[in-house]
Ligand binder design. Structure first.
Ligand code: PLP
Length: 422
């Protein structure tokens, strides 16, 4: 390679492009061009521009709408004040999260439920999107990675970023024929992403179904990446809220949890990842490597911790008042889910989910495809949802509605749907 040196002063105008010599990560070019929600936003914008009077109800994006609970807010105010006083000011915190929060998580989310997860197995993060997206950093490039179809797009896109559109990425079809749950494969998979309660289908796995996956992972020496972002919405006591309720799971699974949907932290940003110490992998040289150690190394190198103020806010979720407030918020959203379910049942449409999950997975009536249904629902009812096909090819013909709007707006949306002659 010839080294280019400029011996005269090199002059270039601000917006002038030059031909670069370095390489980019070409895998990025294999990603779908635009993110699902920006496509939706553009369609809404276009419709609104030509129909400025339309009162649009959004049952699309999975963002929450209720404000932060009072005890969370108070804790945050207190933490802000601490930051303004020399004696209590905090600079960089531990990359893994403050002990006060890790201890509460371990105690309330696990030990009080009979699951032995210690604070040292918990890593506080800034959201499950980052955590589930970054976990690939500690995994090798030779793995066969299984992802459900349809799926929360982050798992798929981050694997395409790492591996390209490779045959190593295996899609597990989840359709009406299998109750939207992936079937245990007869071949070997190295890494399996599971998310229950599921986004987008709203389905859950019962103990027996989840046990089959844990047994598969143990037999195959595979790793399960279990996203439990919606565990707070589970109402049926028979449905596991954590994969570690299943015997043997600590040896084969990493779990991701978030404060976004249960406590309204979508804007604040706080999550945690559980990497049990018994979870090990074999290095190429044949030694046993702790995934807890690898994730710790990854986080302490690339992440400087969730803000102190936010971790104090998250800690307040575990106070008795915080727990009560969060339960009420979740019940509020689940009342919306119930309203949608009742309305769709009356309408005679087929749907799934919405019982232990804030998502309702609607089968588009009249055999419409997802985007046709999106456009018609927007134009004729002024309601926005998410086309199922945006979550994968198996989502074609389905549509996701969410329970995160207000009672009033949800009731109005249901009323419009019931009156709709499509
Ligand atoms: N995992 C799933 C399945 C989600 O649906 C979402 C958000 O919609 C996330 C993770 C990300 O949540 P967070 O706000 O913690 O990044």
């Amino acid at each position: 390679v010839q080294v280019v040196r400029f011996n005269q002063s090199f002059s270039i105008s601000f917006h002038q492009q030059i031909e670069y010599m370095f390489e980019i990560n070409e895998n990025y070019l294999q990603l779908n061009e635009s993110y699902l929600f920006s496509t939706i936003a553009k369609r809404i914008e276009k419709f609104s521009a030509s129909h400025p009077e339309a009162d649009i109800i959004r049952l699309g994006i999975g963002d929450v709408t209720l404000p932060l609970p009072p005890s969370v807010l108070q804790a945050m105010h207190n933490a802000v004040d601490e930051m303004g006083v020399k004696e209590t000011f905090r600079g960089y915190g531990p990359e893994q999260g403050y002990a006060f929060l890790r201890e509460k998580i371990s105690e309330v989310d696990f030990r009080q439920r009979g699951i032995d997860i210690s604070p040292g197995e918990i890593f506080v993060g800034d959201g499950s999107k980052s955590d589930t997206g970054n976990i690939g950093d500690i995994l090798g490039e030779g793995n066969v990675v299984a992802i459900t179809n349809p799926v929360y797009p982050v798992y798929l896109d981050t694997n395409i970023m790492r591996l390209g559109k490779s045959s190593q990425i295996v899609l597990l079809p989840c359709g009406e024929e299998n109750g939207f749950l992936p079937e245990i494969p007869s071949h070997h998979l190295d890494v399996i992403y599971l998310c229950y309660p599921n986004n987008p289908t709203g389905t859950v796995m019962n103990r027996e179904q989840l046990k089959q996956w844990v047994d598969y992972a143990l037999e195959n020496r595979s790793l399960i990446l279990f996203d439990a972002a919606y565990e707070a919405f589970i109402r049926d006591n028979e449905i596991p809220r954590s994969i570690y309720e299943i015997e043997g799971a600590a040896a084969c699974a990493i779990e991701f949890r978030s404060f976004s949907k249960n406590a309204g932290f979508t804007g604040l940003r706080c999550s945690y990842t559980v990497v049990p110490k018994v979870l090990t992998a074999r290095s190429a040289e044949g030694s046993n490597i702790s995934l807890n150690g690898l994730w710790n190394r990854r986080q302490s190198t690339k992440f400087n911790g969730t803000p102190y103020i936010v971790q104090k806010a998250a800690e307040a979720v575990y106070s008795p008042e915080g727990q009560q407030e969060v339960r009420e918020m979740v019940s509020y959203y689940m009342r919306n889910a119930e309203m949608i379910r009742e309305g769709l049942t009356e309408k005679g449409w087929t749907f799934f989910g919405g019982k232990d999950s804030p998502y309702i997975w609607l089968k588009c009536p009249g055999g419409m495809d997802s985007w046709t249904f999106f456009d018609r629902l927007l134009q004729e009812c002024h309601i926005v949802g998410t086309p199922g096909v945006g979550f994968g090819s198996k989502g074609e013909g389905y549509f996701r509605l969410t329970a995160f709007n207000s009672h009033e707006r949800t009731a109005e949306a249901v009323r419009r749907i019931k009156q709709w002659e499509y």
